[in-house]
Design a protein around this ligand. Structure first.
Ligand SMILES: [Zn+2]
Ligand SMILES: [Zn+2]
Length: 160
């Protein structure tokens, strides 16, 4: 799903929050180190990746998206950065961006809104996280090829 669609799905999901919220993508955010005044959450979903060197396509249920959140003077801002993975059959291929399918983007963003309620409004939302539809991923997860593993935030290593 295209980035601009994420923003409009998010606005729809965030409609019931007390303030206006918007979402933008920001490549420059550092997962574990939000700027002063920002909170962070990391959500996982499933996504597909395509190697730009060999054209190989793979699916991962551990595709991670980092979100930094700030509520300031009635305006909420979310900065999103999907973490990349690298093809495991090519040595010098680049880290590739995930493509989250359109069925899972709304689930991911609904879980994000729940995190906003907890972290920015201190609401007790209970445990009702919706689970994404996962792929039948056949090959094992490879930390050396996962940006989230490299940043120390992969759910394989730690619960978020
Ligand atoms: Zn490749
Ligand atoms: Zn990982």
């Amino acid at each position: 799903m295209a980035e601009s669609q994420w923003a409009s799905v998010f606005v729809d999901k965030a409609r019931d929050l007390k303030d206006n919220w918007r979402l933008e993508f920001d490549e420059s955010i550092v997962p574990k180190y939000p700027n002063k005044g920002w909170k962070m959450t990391v959500r996982n979903t499933c996504a597909r990746f395509k190697c730009s060197s060999c054209g190989r396509v793979w699916a991962s249920n551990k595709a991670m998206v980092v979100f930094h959140l700030r509520l300031s003077y009635g305006q909420g801002t979310v900065k999103a950065k999907p973490l990349r993975q690298k093809c495991k059959t090519c040595d010098d291929s680049p880290m590739e961006e995930p493509t989250v399918n359109s069925g899972n983007v709304p689930i991911l963003l609904e879980n994000l809104v729940e995190q906003i309620r907890i972290k920015c409004y201190h609401e007790d939302v209970g445990k009702k996280t919706r689970h994404f539809r996962s792929f039948d991923a056949k090959s094992p997860h490879e930390p050396a090829h996962c940006e989230a593993c490299k940043q120390g935030i992969c759910p394989r290593n730690k619960r978020w």
